[in-house]
Design a protein. Sequence first.
Length: 109
Amino acid sequence: MRGKIAGRIGALFYQCAEVNGWYIEEMNINKDHIHMLVQVTPDVSVSKVVQYFKGGSSRVIRQEYPELEEFLWGDSLWADGYFAETVGIVQEEMVKRYIREQTSSMPEG
């Protein structure tokens, strides 16, 4: 994910978080994956959060960038898997730093 597509995915993720009352503490979009630290309420399952981020962004990106179709396998922009971990206050700064230090393909600005 690079350039305009990376920027659009970032915007869609922030929009999804705002609509659902979540807060993205940190996000870094890399070439083939995304690192995020997201605050959600305890009544929302992690799988539902991932479903909203990935499902909504996949639908929009596929509509707005139909030229990607030749590079995609199947009906989704994203791979099936994800990694999720809960963090406490002590760990939060370490996770934020880790995310910030990942090589980013997000456009500057």
